[in-house]
Ligand binder design. Structure first.
Ligand SMILES: [Zn+2]
Length: 138
């Protein structure tokens, strides 16, 4: 890249997710780690809770963990796989949930030296916006 990147990657966030993936993932229950930058600057981390009934991805666990710490606005998120799998893009469900919770959140994707932060909306072309289909509250 020879031009300035309009979406600089939050390397500290990538390091945090990588560290949690390396040190906290275990067995088949916890195979993915996520880290998010809250609006107030804090970094929130979480791991997935796999279960065959539909256990939540790390991104979804993170949303709840963040709320439990009073962080309701997240600006950037990244997920990293265990066994040195590197950054893993969010699944379809997580893309939709992230869009509905945090319409302007950016998601870090890519590999190696080619990481980039992409608005979640760009990961969902022709997206469904849940709020657009709700009746107005009186
Ligand atoms: Zn997911």
């Amino acid at each position: 890249m020879t031009t300035a990147d309009p979406h600089p990657v939050d390397q500290e966030l990538v390091r945090a997710a990588t560290e949690v993936a390396r040190t906290r993932c275990r067995g088949d229950n916890h195979t993915m780690a996520a880290a998010a930058r809250a609006r107030d600057g804090r970094i929130i981390t979480a791991v997935n809770a796999y279960h065959f009934t539909g256990g939540p991805c790390a991104e979804l666990v993170l949303i709840g963990a963040a709320a439990a710490q009073g962080a309701y606005e997240l600006d950037t998120i990244v997920a990293v796989g265990d066994r040195e799998r590197g950054i893993v893009p969010p699944c379809g469900r997580c893309r939709q949930v992230l869009l509905d919770y945090f319409p302007t959140i950016e998601v870090i994707v890519g590999t190696g030296d080619h990481l980039r932060a992409i608005p979640v909306a760009d990961l969902l072309p022709e997206r469904y916006v849940w709020a657009d289909h709700q009746l107005d509250t009186p």
